[in-house]
Design a protein around this ligand. Structure first.
Ligand SMILES: [Zn+2]
Length: 192
């Protein structure tokens, strides 16, 4: 049974990519979010999803029964309503919401370099909640210290922190566009 279409012009994706995540699209082609390749494979084989039309980006998967090409994006056969939910406040999610950048100086950050700054310091009654935390680099965080934003002349917050939903956090980053996701991530779902 040939469920996965192979095309001559398919773009081969580096096999060494640490995570083979597949972009799941609703039947309306609205982006739902990233799922594991295992879940994507199961959705395809059960007929609950299909590859996008005219789409040539695949992960090559090696299995005991041979290689097969898994599209980097799949579309659900039936529209499903995905309720919005607020994402848990974790370093990883803060990094994602803040697009991998220090919110004071725009330095690119990774999981190894991000610090989470409380805009209104907890020592002054600030809460540990989405509207009070931002991704910050170590130097900015140290520089700001325990000061309120109003007390800082040397540091500016680039964007007011906001509460993200699954629609924001589970989306791919623009830097993932090599996987052929541009046409969906350029028009992301509305911010929650
Ligand atoms: Zn910084």
């Amino acid at each position: 049974m040939q469920l996965i279409r192979k095309t001559v012009s398919s773009v081969s994706v580096d096999e060494s990519l640490p995570r083979k995540e597949v972009l799941l699209l609703n039947a309306s082609e609205e982006s739902i979010g990233l799922i594991t390749w295992q879940r994507a494979t199961s959705l395809l084989f059960s007929g609950k999803a299909h590859p996008p039309y005219n789409f040539d980006y695949y992960f090559r998967l090696s299995t005991t029964s041979g290689d097969f090409d898994l599209p980097t994006a799949i579309i659900l056969a039936k529209y499903v309503r995905i309720p919005r939910r607020i994402m848990p406040l974790t370093r990883k999610n803060v990094l994602k919401r803040d697009e991998g950048m220090c919110q004071y100086c725009s330095t690119p950050l990774g999981m190894d370099t991000i610090t989470v700054d409380h805009v209104h310091p907890t020592s002054k009654g600030g809460r540990n909640e989405w509207r009070n935390v931002v991704a910050a680099c170590q130097p900015c965080n140290a520089k700001k210290g325990n000061r309120l934003l109003s007390e800082c002349r040397d540091i500016n917050l680039s964007r007011k922190p906001w509460v993200p939903t699954n629609y924001n956090i589970l989306q791919p980053s623009p830097k993932d566009s090599l996987l052929g996701w541009d046409r969906w991530i350029l028009k992301p779902a509305t911010r929650g």
